[in-house]
Design a protein around this ligand. Sequence first.
Ligand SMILES: NC(=O)c1ccc[n+]([C@@H]2O[C@H](COP(=O)([O-])OP(=O)(O)OC[C@H]3O[C@@H](n4cnc5c(N)ncnc54)[C@H](OP(=O)(O)O)[C@@H]3O)[C@@H](O)[C@H]2O)c1
Length: 235
Amino acid sequence: MTGASGLLGSEIALSVAGQGYTVFFTWNSSEERATQILEQIRWITPESQMVRCDVAKASEISRAFATFRAQFDRLDLLIASASNFFSTPLPDVTEKEWDSLVDTNLKGTFFTMQEAVRIMEKQPFLSRIISMSDVSAELVWQNFAPYTVSKAGIQHLTRIFAKRYAPRILVNSIAPGTITINPDKEMEPQQEIINKIPLKRLGDPLDIVKAILFLLESDYITGQIINVDGGKLLQ
Ligand SMILES: NC(=O)c1ccc[n+]([C@@H]2O[C@H](COP(=O)([O-])OP(=O)(O)OC[C@H]3O[C@@H](n4cnc5c(N)ncnc54)[C@H](OP(=O)(O)O)[C@@H]3O)[C@@H](O)[C@H]2O)c1
């Protein structure tokens, strides 16, 4: 799993461990948080490991997979969750901001999935990939163009990989609505965000975890984007 040091990512990693999976996960800048999460995961599945990896660089993804291959002999599930998020008002988007968002989110997801399928396609059993996108891929957020474009790209990649690697590998995407709020990054007050959600609450990490567990149980779903957004897309 990439991005297990994230707010939502850490809950996902712990829940997957709770299903009995040994977790090999990446972090990039949050070493202390990643170390704490690994400690918690190891209470459940003691063989779990972590490695530092900047997913914006394909060479680092290759290196992380080389470490994975040296320690593990099978890959049942990839969750590609590493992501960068910040606002970028349209007229002022810089090349550096574009590269940071698109390279981490879209390029990182692509090369992570490419490495994973190289292992998975040789395995004589069904394996799964779950990408993490965002319902904003379908919304017109003028202050988040590189982010939303990267998430729309992830959704399209999900369909391409699903078609190419069927029937051996199931590839789906979870598109959360608003689950966690980082006050440094949000531009709208929390109550205004909630008012626009038909189910009148923010999502809980458990809402996302339930969707992931559903996909882990499903053998006949591939190429789908599962929106877990309290109806946000109905606006
Ligand atoms: N939380 C929400 O409300 C929400 C809503 C919609 C979509 N999503 C999506 O759901 C997924 C999980 O969200 P989250 O709440 O866990 O996000 P988060 O708290 O922002 O965490 C982001 C994660 O991505 C990692 N990351 C960032 N840049 C990276 C890079 N260059 N290389 C490798 N890793 C990098 C971070 O690692 P370090 O901290 O170690 O650098 C961290 O683990 C993401 O894909 C996000 O876009 C979340």
